[in-house]
Design a binder for this molecule. Structure first.
Ligand SMILES: NC(=O)c1ccc[n+]([C@@H]2O[C@H](COP(=O)([O-])OP(=O)(O)OC[C@H]3O[C@@H](n4cnc5c(N)ncnc54)[C@H](OP(=O)(O)O)[C@@H]3O)[C@@H](O)[C@H]2O)c1
Length: 262
């Protein structure tokens, strides 16, 4: 835990998975836009450095540990009774199939990518209610809409996260808390080094975390409920619904089955 800082009247944002990648980019953009951020992740050294640079706060917390989430949320709410934005972004790759993954790997992707956001939202709900109109952003993935066999447990965790996000979007409507489900395509980050992993032309479609951070901020400002970004990934999602046989043929080719997983 970092020493509490006064938000100085600024809106308060809690960003999970803020020690690198999309979460870090978002924390930088939010701070530049005048938000006061509370960064959440496990690597304290990273959080200390970034929060020092941004003049914000941090909480060390494993979001898959429900009790740890409760403790972190209580510490945040003690300093900031009203939270205007929660970004559930913490996530890990699966890097295995449903057949090859260990039970621990399957538990871990489910616990972090899906349940982490559920525990965080429940723990911070009173603070979000105090701040209405407030927002929740759940960073899911296009992989939650199209299942890739080499990353089955990861896809399943993201599909569950999308269902969670859509359900609470409707449930929380009367409270004045807006929920945005974000489904990014390939993004180059520490946990997901896509450029080295994707073949030829596909690697050119990889974007940087700041691109996604900008899109998320625009999505919050315009009150969107869902965001697939970059937009052309909608083709994959639509293809899955309209032509599941074609997607099946593509993902079960020898080429696709021989790819590494994420
Ligand atoms: N990169 C992509 O291609 C891509 C595409 C679609 C969606 N996404 C999603 O985007 C989100 C951010 O990922 P990223 O690409 O920015 O990767 P990243 O740079 O590896 O960031 C992941 C963040 O999550 C944190 N984290 C991991 N496990 C955690 C845990 N148990 N408790 C708390 N924090 C935890 C990490 O920090 P610590 O290690 O310090 O805990 C890190 O800050 C993830 O949900 C990912 O699934 C990524």
């Amino acid at each position: 835990m970092s020493p509490g800082t006064d938000s100085g009247g600024r809106r308060v944002a809690v960003v999970t998975g803020a020690s690198s990648g999309i979460g870090e980019a978002l924390a930088r953009r939010l701070t530049a836009d005048g938000w006061h951020c509370v960064l959440v992740a496990r690597r304290e050294e990273r959080l200390r450095e970034l929060s020092g640079a941004l003049g914000c706060e941090y909480e060390v917390c494993d979001v898959s540990d429900r009790e740890a989430v409760g403790r972190a949320a209580a510490a945040i709410v003690a300093r900031h009774p009203a939270v205007h934005l929660l970004v559930n972004n913490a996530g890990i790759p699966g890097r295995a199939t449903f057949i090859t993954a260990t039970p621990e790997q399957i538990n871990a992707v489910t616990g972090v990518n899906y349940l982490g956001g559920v525990w965080m939202l429940r723990a911070l709900l009173p603070a979000l209610e105090r701040a209405t109109p407030s927002s929740v952003v759940n960073v899911a993935s296009v992989a939650g809409t199209v299942a890739v066999p080499t990353s089955g447990p990861y896809s399943a965790s993201k599909a569950a996260q999308i269902a969670f996000s859509r359900a609470v979007c409707a449930e929380l409507k009367p409270t004045g808390i807006k929920v945005l489900t974000v489904m990014p395509g390939f993004v180059e980050t520490e946990g997901f080094p896509q450029r080295g992993f994707l073949p030829g032309l596909l690697s050119k479609a990889v974007v940087d975390p700041d691109y996604i951070a900008q899109k998320i901020l625009k999505g919050i400002a315009s009150g969107r409920r869902e965001l697939i970004t970059p937009g052309w990934y909608r083709l994959a999602t639509i293809g899955q619904w309209l032509m599941p046989w074609l997607v099946y043929r593509i993902v079960s080719t020898r080429f696709m089955l021989s790819r590494d997983s994420f």
